[in-house]
Design a protein around this ligand. Structure first.
Ligand code: PLP
Length: 303
Protein backbone atom coordinates (compact mmCIF):
# COMPACT_ATOMS: atom_id res chain seq x y z
CA UNK A 1 0.00 0.00 0.00
CA UNK A 2 0.94 3.61 0.44
CA UNK A 3 3.49 3.00 3.19
CA UNK A 4 4.92 -0.06 4.86
CA UNK A 5 2.46 -1.85 7.10
CA UNK A 6 2.62 -4.52 9.78
CA UNK A 7 0.29 -7.49 10.15
CA UNK A 8 -3.02 -7.48 11.93
CA UNK A 9 -3.51 -10.98 13.33
CA UNK A 10 -6.24 -12.49 15.51
CA UNK A 11 -4.87 -13.37 18.92
CA UNK A 12 -6.74 -15.48 21.46
CA UNK A 13 -7.51 -13.86 24.79
CA UNK A 14 -8.06 -15.86 27.96
CA UNK A 15 -11.46 -15.19 29.48
CA UNK A 16 -11.66 -15.43 33.29
CA UNK A 17 -14.54 -17.82 33.91
CA UNK A 18 -15.21 -20.77 31.75
CA UNK A 19 -18.41 -19.64 30.07
CA UNK A 20 -17.75 -21.56 26.86
CA UNK A 21 -17.10 -18.33 24.98
CA UNK A 22 -13.98 -18.02 22.85
CA UNK A 23 -12.55 -14.52 22.57
CA UNK A 24 -10.04 -13.27 19.98
CA UNK A 25 -8.65 -9.80 19.45
CA UNK A 26 -7.73 -8.46 16.00
CA UNK A 27 -4.47 -6.58 16.45
CA UNK A 28 -5.13 -3.58 14.22
CA UNK A 29 -2.88 -1.69 16.62
CA UNK A 30 0.06 -3.54 15.00
CA UNK A 31 -0.60 -2.16 11.49
CA UNK A 32 1.73 0.78 12.01
CA UNK A 33 3.57 2.23 15.02
CA UNK A 34 2.12 5.74 14.51
CA UNK A 35 -0.74 5.48 12.02
CA UNK A 36 -2.30 2.71 14.03
CA UNK A 37 -5.51 0.74 14.01
CA UNK A 38 -8.67 2.22 12.65
CA UNK A 39 -7.00 5.57 12.00
CA UNK A 40 -4.95 3.96 9.23
CA UNK A 41 -8.07 2.28 7.82
CA UNK A 42 -9.96 5.56 7.86
CA UNK A 43 -7.15 7.55 6.26
CA UNK A 44 -6.17 5.13 3.50
CA UNK A 45 -8.69 6.08 0.79
CA UNK A 46 -8.72 9.71 1.88
CA UNK A 47 -4.97 9.97 1.37
CA UNK A 48 -5.20 8.25 -2.02
CA UNK A 49 -7.96 10.69 -3.00
CA UNK A 50 -5.95 13.71 -1.82
CA UNK A 51 -2.92 12.52 -3.84
CA UNK A 52 -5.01 11.81 -6.93
CA UNK A 53 -6.58 15.27 -6.81
CA UNK A 54 -3.18 16.91 -6.39
CA UNK A 55 -3.66 18.35 -2.90
CA UNK A 56 -0.45 19.28 -1.06
CA UNK A 57 -2.03 19.97 2.35
CA UNK A 58 -4.27 18.00 4.71
CA UNK A 59 -6.35 19.85 7.30
CA UNK A 60 -8.20 18.20 10.14
CA UNK A 61 -9.60 18.74 13.65
CA UNK A 62 -9.08 17.22 17.07
CA UNK A 63 -8.63 17.54 20.81
CA UNK A 64 -5.40 17.61 22.80
CA UNK A 65 -5.03 13.80 23.07
CA UNK A 66 -6.51 12.89 19.69
CA UNK A 67 -5.30 9.65 18.09
CA UNK A 68 -6.57 11.05 14.81
CA UNK A 69 -4.36 14.17 15.04
CA UNK A 70 -1.31 11.98 15.73
CA UNK A 71 -2.17 9.67 12.82
CA UNK A 72 -2.75 12.49 10.31
CA UNK A 73 0.51 14.21 11.31
CA UNK A 74 2.49 10.99 10.91
CA UNK A 75 0.82 9.85 7.68
CA UNK A 76 1.22 13.32 6.18
CA UNK A 77 4.89 13.33 7.08
CA UNK A 78 5.45 9.88 5.56
CA UNK A 79 3.64 10.75 2.33
CA UNK A 80 4.87 14.30 1.81
CA UNK A 81 1.72 16.25 2.68
CA UNK A 82 1.78 19.43 4.69
CA UNK A 83 -0.58 19.01 7.66
CA UNK A 84 -2.68 21.48 9.63
CA UNK A 85 -4.41 20.54 12.87
CA UNK A 86 -7.25 22.72 14.14
CA UNK A 87 -7.09 22.02 17.87
CA UNK A 88 -9.86 22.47 20.46
CA UNK A 89 -8.87 24.84 23.28
CA UNK A 90 -6.70 27.95 22.77
CA UNK A 91 -5.25 27.51 26.27
CA UNK A 92 -3.07 24.75 24.76
CA UNK A 93 -1.19 27.13 22.50
CA UNK A 94 1.75 27.61 24.88
CA UNK A 95 1.56 24.13 26.39
CA UNK A 96 2.49 22.06 23.34
CA UNK A 97 5.65 20.69 24.96
CA UNK A 98 3.63 19.42 27.97
CA UNK A 99 1.33 17.44 25.72
CA UNK A 100 2.62 14.14 24.25
CA UNK A 101 0.17 14.04 21.34
CA UNK A 102 0.70 17.63 20.23
CA UNK A 103 4.49 17.33 20.64
CA UNK A 104 4.47 14.22 18.46
CA UNK A 105 2.31 15.92 15.82
CA UNK A 106 4.59 18.96 15.83
CA UNK A 107 7.70 16.79 15.41
CA UNK A 108 5.96 15.33 12.37
CA UNK A 109 5.60 18.79 10.89
CA UNK A 110 1.99 19.54 11.76
CA UNK A 111 1.08 23.20 11.95
CA UNK A 112 -1.56 24.05 14.56
CA UNK A 113 -4.43 26.47 14.71
CA UNK A 114 -5.78 26.62 18.26
CA UNK A 115 -9.40 27.67 18.59
CA UNK A 116 -11.78 28.31 21.48
CA UNK A 117 -14.25 25.62 22.46
CA UNK A 118 -17.07 27.76 21.04
CA UNK A 119 -15.35 28.16 17.65
CA UNK A 120 -14.50 24.47 17.66
CA UNK A 121 -18.16 23.54 18.04
CA UNK A 122 -18.85 25.70 14.99
CA UNK A 123 -16.10 24.06 12.89
CA UNK A 124 -18.36 22.55 10.22
CA UNK A 125 -20.14 25.83 9.48
CA UNK A 126 -19.67 27.48 6.09
CA UNK A 127 -18.35 30.66 7.72
CA UNK A 128 -15.68 28.85 9.73
CA UNK A 129 -14.53 26.78 6.74
CA UNK A 130 -14.40 29.92 4.59
CA UNK A 131 -12.09 31.52 7.18
CA UNK A 132 -9.83 28.45 7.12
CA UNK A 133 -9.70 28.59 3.30
CA UNK A 134 -8.66 32.21 3.49
CA UNK A 135 -5.93 31.47 6.01
CA UNK A 136 -4.51 28.23 4.58
CA UNK A 137 -5.54 28.33 0.89
CA UNK A 138 -6.21 24.98 -0.67
CA UNK A 139 -6.40 21.88 1.53
CA UNK A 140 -7.95 18.43 1.60
CA UNK A 141 -10.34 18.44 4.54
CA UNK A 142 -10.56 15.38 6.76
CA UNK A 143 -13.40 15.64 9.29
CA UNK A 144 -12.94 15.31 13.05
CA UNK A 145 -12.23 11.67 13.89
CA UNK A 146 -11.70 11.07 10.16
CA UNK A 147 -15.18 9.74 9.45
CA UNK A 148 -16.55 10.11 5.92
CA UNK A 149 -17.58 7.75 3.10
CA UNK A 150 -13.97 6.99 2.12
CA UNK A 151 -13.10 6.24 5.76
CA UNK A 152 -15.90 3.72 5.96
CA UNK A 153 -14.70 2.11 2.72
CA UNK A 154 -11.32 1.63 4.40
CA UNK A 155 -12.92 0.10 7.51
CA UNK A 156 -14.73 -2.40 5.29
CA UNK A 157 -11.29 -4.00 4.83
CA UNK A 158 -10.78 -4.83 8.53
CA UNK A 159 -12.60 -8.18 8.42
CA UNK A 160 -11.30 -10.99 6.19
CA UNK A 161 -12.79 -14.25 4.85
CA UNK A 162 -11.28 -16.11 7.82
CA UNK A 163 -13.32 -13.95 10.21
CA UNK A 164 -16.59 -15.43 8.95
CA UNK A 165 -16.34 -18.03 11.73
CA UNK A 166 -17.07 -15.42 14.42
CA UNK A 167 -20.59 -14.97 15.81
CA UNK A 168 -19.93 -11.52 17.27
CA UNK A 169 -17.71 -8.63 16.18
CA UNK A 170 -17.08 -6.05 18.94
CA UNK A 171 -15.50 -2.63 18.61
CA UNK A 172 -15.17 0.71 20.37
CA UNK A 173 -17.22 3.59 18.96
CA UNK A 174 -16.30 7.29 18.76
CA UNK A 175 -17.91 8.85 15.69
CA UNK A 176 -19.25 5.53 14.38
CA UNK A 177 -17.18 5.32 11.20
CA UNK A 178 -15.32 2.16 12.14
CA UNK A 179 -18.39 0.20 13.20
CA UNK A 180 -20.16 1.29 10.01
CA UNK A 181 -17.41 -0.31 7.92
CA UNK A 182 -17.53 -3.45 10.05
CA UNK A 183 -21.32 -3.70 9.68
CA UNK A 184 -21.09 -3.26 5.91
CA UNK A 185 -18.64 -6.15 5.56
CA UNK A 186 -20.20 -8.44 8.20
CA UNK A 187 -22.12 -11.62 7.36
CA UNK A 188 -25.86 -11.87 8.12
CA UNK A 189 -25.07 -14.61 10.67
CA UNK A 190 -22.85 -12.19 12.60
CA UNK A 191 -23.87 -9.61 15.19
CA UNK A 192 -21.79 -6.41 15.33
CA UNK A 193 -21.67 -4.77 18.77
CA UNK A 194 -20.41 -1.24 19.31
CA UNK A 195 -19.22 0.08 22.68
CA UNK A 196 -19.50 3.89 22.65
CA UNK A 197 -16.63 5.64 24.45
CA UNK A 198 -18.84 8.62 25.14
CA UNK A 199 -22.36 9.49 26.23
CA UNK A 200 -24.98 10.50 23.71
CA UNK A 201 -27.91 9.22 21.71
CA UNK A 202 -26.84 10.63 18.35
CA UNK A 203 -24.57 7.69 17.46
CA UNK A 204 -27.33 5.28 16.47
CA UNK A 205 -28.62 7.80 13.92
CA UNK A 206 -25.12 8.64 12.67
CA UNK A 207 -24.36 4.97 12.04
CA UNK A 208 -27.73 4.36 10.37
CA UNK A 209 -26.77 6.92 7.71
CA UNK A 210 -23.86 4.73 6.60
CA UNK A 211 -25.29 1.21 6.84
CA UNK A 212 -28.24 -0.69 5.37
CA UNK A 213 -28.00 -3.83 7.52
CA UNK A 214 -29.67 -4.31 10.90
CA UNK A 215 -27.39 -6.96 12.48
CA UNK A 216 -25.84 -4.48 14.94
CA UNK A 217 -26.41 -2.87 18.27
CA UNK A 218 -24.76 -0.38 20.62
CA UNK A 219 -23.93 -1.37 24.19
CA UNK A 220 -24.07 1.95 26.02
CA UNK A 221 -23.17 0.86 29.57
CA UNK A 222 -19.39 1.14 29.38
CA UNK A 223 -18.49 4.80 28.68
CA UNK A 224 -17.29 5.28 32.30
CA UNK A 225 -18.94 8.68 32.60
CA UNK A 226 -18.01 10.08 29.20
CA UNK A 227 -15.27 10.69 26.68
CA UNK A 228 -11.77 10.19 28.16
CA UNK A 229 -13.29 9.77 31.64
CA UNK A 230 -11.73 6.86 33.49
CA UNK A 231 -11.61 5.39 36.98
CA UNK A 232 -9.44 3.11 39.11
CA UNK A 233 -11.45 0.02 38.13
CA UNK A 234 -10.73 0.61 34.43
CA UNK A 235 -7.00 1.22 35.02
CA UNK A 236 -6.80 -1.99 37.08
CA UNK A 237 -8.58 -3.92 34.32
CA UNK A 238 -6.24 -2.59 31.60
CA UNK A 239 -3.16 -3.46 33.68
CA UNK A 240 -4.47 -6.93 34.51
CA UNK A 241 -5.38 -7.57 30.86
CA UNK A 242 -1.84 -6.66 29.80
CA UNK A 243 -0.32 -8.91 32.45
CA UNK A 244 -2.43 -11.90 31.41
CA UNK A 245 -2.39 -11.50 27.63
CA UNK A 246 0.65 -9.30 26.92
CA UNK A 247 -1.63 -6.99 24.95
CA UNK A 248 -1.81 -3.27 25.80
CA UNK A 249 -5.19 -1.51 25.69
CA UNK A 250 -5.79 2.23 25.56
CA UNK A 251 -7.90 3.95 28.27
CA UNK A 252 -10.22 5.94 25.98
CA UNK A 253 -11.53 3.29 23.60
CA UNK A 254 -10.24 -0.30 23.57
CA UNK A 255 -9.94 -0.60 27.38
CA UNK A 256 -13.60 0.34 27.85
CA UNK A 257 -14.72 -1.95 25.02
CA UNK A 258 -12.78 -4.93 26.39
CA UNK A 259 -14.02 -4.22 29.93
CA UNK A 260 -17.55 -4.37 28.49
CA UNK A 261 -16.92 -7.59 26.56
CA UNK A 262 -15.58 -9.29 29.72
CA UNK A 263 -18.53 -8.06 31.75
CA UNK A 264 -21.01 -9.31 29.14
CA UNK A 265 -19.29 -12.71 29.05
CA UNK A 266 -19.65 -12.89 32.84
CA UNK A 267 -23.32 -11.94 32.58
CA UNK A 268 -23.99 -14.65 29.93
CA UNK A 269 -25.00 -12.02 27.38
CA UNK A 270 -23.53 -14.02 24.49
CA UNK A 271 -25.10 -17.19 23.09
CA UNK A 272 -23.57 -20.42 24.46
CA UNK A 273 -20.20 -21.40 22.89
CA UNK A 274 -19.96 -18.11 21.00
CA UNK A 275 -16.90 -17.11 19.07
CA UNK A 276 -16.27 -13.43 19.68
CA UNK A 277 -13.87 -11.17 17.77
CA UNK A 278 -12.95 -7.85 19.41
CA UNK A 279 -11.20 -5.27 17.22
CA UNK A 280 -8.10 -3.61 18.71
CA UNK A 281 -8.50 -0.23 17.05
CA UNK A 282 -5.15 1.07 18.35
CA UNK A 283 -4.95 4.36 20.24
CA UNK A 284 -1.93 3.38 22.33
CA UNK A 285 -0.28 6.77 21.77
CA UNK A 286 -2.88 8.20 24.17
CA UNK A 287 -1.58 6.25 27.18
CA UNK A 288 1.27 8.69 27.92
CA UNK A 289 -1.05 11.70 27.98
CA UNK A 290 -3.56 9.92 30.20
CA UNK A 291 -0.77 8.86 32.56
CA UNK A 292 0.38 12.48 32.95
CA UNK A 293 -3.16 13.36 34.04
CA UNK A 294 -3.31 10.37 36.44
CA UNK A 295 0.10 11.21 37.94
CA UNK A 296 -0.98 14.80 38.58
CA UNK A 297 -3.96 13.46 40.51
CA UNK A 298 -1.80 10.94 42.41
CA UNK A 299 -3.75 8.01 40.91
CA UNK A 300 -2.34 4.70 39.71
CA UNK A 301 -1.16 4.75 36.13
CA UNK A 302 -1.42 2.46 33.11
CA UNK A 303 1.62 0.20 33.12
C1 PLP B 1 -10.81 6.99 16.97
C2 PLP B 1 -10.83 5.69 17.67
C3 PLP B 1 -12.01 4.93 17.77
C4 PLP B 1 -13.34 5.42 17.29
O1 PLP B 1 -13.54 5.21 15.93
P1 PLP B 1 -14.81 5.82 15.20
O2 PLP B 1 -14.65 5.40 13.80
O3 PLP B 1 -14.72 7.31 15.35
O4 PLP B 1 -16.04 5.29 15.85
C5 PLP B 1 -11.94 3.69 18.37
N1 PLP B 1 -10.78 3.23 18.89
C6 PLP B 1 -9.65 3.94 18.83
C7 PLP B 1 -8.43 3.39 19.45
C8 PLP B 1 -9.63 5.19 18.21
O5 PLP B 1 -8.49 5.90 18.18
Amino acid sequence: MIFKLGHSINQQVSVPDNKGAELFIKREDEIHPFVSGNKYRKLKYNLLEAKKKGFKTLLTFGGAFSNHIAAVASAGNLLGFKTIGVIRGNELEDKISDNETLSFAKQNGMQFKFVSRADYRDKTSKAFLAKLKEEFNDFYLIPEGGTNILAIKGCEEILTEADNVFDYICCAVGTGGTISGLINCSKPSQQVLGFPALKGDFLRQDISKFVAKTNWDLITDYHFGGYAKINEELVTFINQFKKTNAIPLDPVYTGKMMFGVFDLINKDYFKKDSKILAIHTGGLQGIKGMNSVLKNKNLSIIE
